[in-house]
Design a protein around this ligand. Sequence first.
Ligand SMILES: [Zn+2]
Ligand SMILES: [Zn+2]
Length: 258
Amino acid sequence: MKLFDSHCHLNMRHFKDDWKSTYERGLKAGVYRMVVVGWDISSSERALKMTDEAEGVYAACGFHPHDSKLFRDGDDVKLRKLLSHPKSVALGEIGLDYYYDNSPRDVQLKVFEAQLALAKEIDKPVVIHVRDAYEEALSVVRNVGLPSSGGVLHCYTGGTSFIEKALSFGFYISFSGIITFPNADDLRESAKMVPKEKLLIETDSPYLAPKPHRGKRNEPSYLIYVLRGLANVRGEEEEELALVTYENANRFFRINYL
Ligand SMILES: [Zn+2]
Ligand SMILES: [Zn+2]
């Protein structure tokens, strides 16, 4: 069974000493491909460096809403350069996080809009992070538009109330280990509403380890539990869902998989 971890952060300090062996454990568990996601310039550079050192690793480069307050003049030029690397497959993660509010909301909005406009200009798919701001994020997308290559709502937590609206924008929806958490019934309901061809799975390592590893440092080799959780909810076969999500991720990130 081949799996694609559409979103992980092996570039974080949590994996400073053992990212390579963590990657290899993932490989043994069937995770043949993964996208390592940056949140600022230096983490995006680290992600790109990993793509040179391990097969099947791709990078997303961009400014996370948490770090948007650190976006400086000239960073857009650096970002463009990073995004021109052949293994730089998406602009991300970008978006709005009104739960933590680590950056002022007006700054989050400005940096999100600017990066979305850049993605449109260079036609890179976008990886979007939203927490407690689905209405606001969708209204930015409505105003600025999406690149023709589209976007993914990563670690989707908008539940049933936003899923139809999200799908109407053509978004891919990526589910994380939260799908295995006991208090996530509304999320599980929303997972049933996503057409197969729009589904992605992710670990968001080192965060959100799925049951039975909840609370531990998450890693790509745990992706099987996310797949299993999603398959159970949807009443589908694991093997088939693995194949579908693998193909979806390759199509979305425009990676040749034949
Ligand atoms: Zn995120
Ligand atoms: Zn992330």
